[in-house]
Design a protein around this ligand. Structure first.
Ligand code: PEP
Ligand code: MN
Length: 337
């Protein structure tokens, strides 16, 4: 349920309503808008007495939240959520570009790529130390050694690190090195992982599962939010369809739709969304034009020798060209890159 306070409601009336809600065993979440205050309530399973609540001083009306996702919904939190990490804001006017290789392969590889993407304006570095591979015989990532490499590169470049965690038990370890914990598409409904990440109170990059609906993605976000962690960045990375020329089918409509349904920032992964480096720039342009808050892009200095996802990785010079071209799109939609 949502409580809409009157325009002239006082701070003490808001405090009184909040206290009454908490006495009922519910949680209250205050959203201070320009015109009025809205109080979102997460219930305890029992029906709430809306007549009683509407009788409290300063309350204008109550409204049910009909969607199954509550804290993730726009109604619950009308203003955009802006996630801040390592001095970078995600979800504001400034777009974020997260770039780096699919997997951490060596210290030299990471340093070379990190410096190259930083020079072109990437604000965060990506790189997987734990890789969720389809085949158990494919490169699985360097594990903890990969995390240590990311830590060194972070120190050397100042770039915040985005890296995947696949197992709830690994959350404390990965949190030691990562600025943003990535939940991969294959783990979007790993509920034990979502609970562990919710408790970690660290920004989360939550990727859409390859066979997941918008609602399932937002319900996954709700798991993290239910622990009070609202530093979530949603990521559209394509879904599986009958098309085979692309690795996945990037759902561009997901961007404006998620922005309508939720207050959480939304970014796009054009690399996994297409599987082909030639498609990365055009799809990135479309993502920014559609209102995405940023991109996560795979970049590799030697894609032909990459241990994973070389075919969809941009070389640094192509990344540089893309960044220049994206600046113009960003400007056209009132954003900065
Ligand atoms: C990745 O970002 O390297 C990755 C494995 O992505 P996804 O989970 O979207 O497939
Ligand atoms: Mn990859």
């Amino acid at each position: 349920m949502m409580i809409v306070m009157k325009k002239d409601a006082t701070t003490s009336q808001v405090a009184n309503v909040t206290a009454r809600i908490e006495q009922m065993g519910c949680q209250a979440h205050i959203s201070q808008g320009e015109e009025r205050t809205i109080i979102g309530i997460v219930g305890n399973g029992r029906p709430l007495d809306h007549v009683l609540i509407e009788g409290l001083d300063g309350v204008e009306k109550t409204m049910p939240i009909l969607k199954p996702f509550k804290r993730a919904s726009r109604e619950f939190h009308p203003q955009d959520t802006v996630v801040t990490t390592n001095g970078v804001t995600i979800g504001g006017r400034q777009l974020v570009v997260i770039a780096g290789p699919c997997a951490v392969e060596s210290l030299d590889q990471m340093l070379e790529i990190a410096h190259a993407v930083k020079e072109q304006g990437a604000q965060l570095l990506r790189g997987g130390a734990f890789k969720p591979r389809t085949s158990p015989y494919s490169f699985q990532g360097l594990g903890e050694e990969g995390l240590r490499i990311l830590g060194k590169v972070r120190q050397d470049t100042g770039l915040g690190v985005v890296t995947e965690v696949m197992d709830p038990e690994m959350v404390p370890l990965v949190t030691t090195y990562a600025d943003v914990l990535q939940v991969g598409a294959r783990n979007m409904q790993n509920f034990a992982l979502l609970h562990a990440i919710g408790k970690a109170h660290r920004p989360v990059l939550l990727k859409r599962g390859m066979m997941s609906t918008m609602e399932e993605l937002l319900m996954a976000a709700e798991y993290v939010l239910s622990h009070g962690n609202d530093r979530i960045i949603l990521c559209e990375r394509g879904i599986r369809t009958f098309e085979t020329y692309t690795r996945n089918t990037l759902d561009i409509a997901a961007v404006p739709l998620l922005k309508q349904l939720s207050h959480l920032p939304v970014i796009v992964d054009p690399s996994h969304g297409t599987g082909k480096w030639e498609l990365v720039e055009p799809v990135s342009r479309a993502a920014i034009a559609a209102g995405a808050d940023g991109l996560i892009v795979e970049v590799h200095t030697h894609p032909e020798a990459a241990l994973s996802d070389g075919a969809q990785s941009l070389k640094p010079d192509r990344f540089a060209t893309m960044m220049q071209n994206l600046g113009r799109i960003a400007e056209a939609v009132g954003r900065t890159l």
